[in-house]
Design a binder for this molecule. Structure first.
Ligand SMILES: [Zn+2]
Length: 180
């Protein structure tokens, strides 16, 4: 069976700030009884928390068929949060809203340059000519580029939880549903 991970990705955070913001969100998840306060190192080197029973959040958090494999992974570090195997259908220009076939744009190079450390890595829209940072483009299905992510393993979340985290830390967040 495959795994799925619902990521809350924080879009506007530097690597220097990521650990502090992560602590703030983890404390809130513990306080809300979404996770237990015991972390272990995961195989990826990130921290993994066990789920708690958050009755208050029952409507927003759905455990999937294998509850033992539900957990929260905290990913700190430059990372491309992709949607997994199915690829993307389109790239939407953040300036003019035109949908483009992925094949006609050098998006893969732009993502690669960002991942290699270039925060200004950008791509020009063939429709309106405006160049935008690759992280500002809308991927359909959603992807996100960032230094901090909260990954709910086999644990489906709703958009409301993403908005709660965004308002808690005062940053933009995006939901990425990843299928492994
Ligand atoms: Zn455009």
């Amino acid at each position: 069976m495959s795994d799925s991970v619902d990521w809350i990705v924080v879009l506007d955070v530097s690597l220097e700030e990521a650990a502090t913001l992560a602590d703030q969100v983890i404390n809130w998840f513990v306080q809300e009884k979404i996770i237990l306060p015991d972390a272990v190192a995961s195989s990826r080197g990130n921290k993994m928390w066990s789920r708690a029973w958050a009755h208050k959040w029952d409507a927003d958090l759905t455990f999937q068929t294998r509850p033992a494999q539900c957990g929260l992974e905290i990913a700190i570090g430059r990372r491309v949060f992709d949607a997994g195997g199915q690829g993307i259908d389109a790239l939407v220009c953040p300036a003019c809203g035109t949908r483009h076939e992925p094949d006609i744009l050098p998006w893969s190079d732009a993502v690669g340059a960002w991942h290699a450390g270039d925060d200004q890595s950008a791509m020009k829209c063939p429709a309106c000519g405006v160049e935008q940072c690759i992280g500002a483009w809308h991927f359909d299905v959603p992807w996100a580029l960032g230094n901090l992510g909260f990954g709910f393993w086999n644990w489906t979340i709703k958009e409301r939880l993403v908005q709660e985290v965004a308002s808690l830390i005062g940053r933009r967040c995006r939901l990425v549903r990843q299928h492994l």
